[in-house]
Design a protein around this ligand. Sequence first.
Ligand code: ZN
Ligand code: ZN
Length: 181
Amino acid sequence: MASKSEEKIILAPVHFPKEILSRHLFETLETIFKRPVYIASPKLDLHPFFDPARDQYQSTAILKHFIKTTPRGESKICLLVKEDLFIPVLTFVFGEAHMYGQFAIVSSHRLREQFYMREENLKLLEQRLLKEIVHELGHTFGLVHCMDDRCVMHNSYTVEDTDHKNVYPCEVCFAKLDEVL
Ligand SMILES: [Zn+2]
Ligand SMILES: [Zn+2]
């Protein structure tokens, strides 16, 4: 059995601007998930996952490949990419995660104000990124989508949905999370 001390969260940026990952972001993740947060830079070539017809990257395939090439452990690992991600049934995804799994992925592509032809706003980008990371990691701890549109586990279809929700889970989701932490 792995000891509790081996349970950590690893943020794994892939060609991703690390300066967005502020101390505030790390501290908030540590507060919510009650374990230390580290950063690691995996060697991951995203080119094989590019779909030229859609001009986007296949989210599920990236996760699958990453799982195959990463040793299993107790840590939750969240890949951070700047590429636009999709799954076949949806126009795009902000991220994806394995329910009760170890792995998640989040893209900053559609979290940037520039994507919407607005002026760059790094503070807002960090806030959105934090929410999407909490959301996807929440899935890895078994949290499902929440009806409360202020809860971080509410599903975002647009960046406005993301802006509307809190960084923290609602009381109900927090209680569920508490049971597994
Ligand atoms: Zn979700
Ligand atoms: Zn909730």
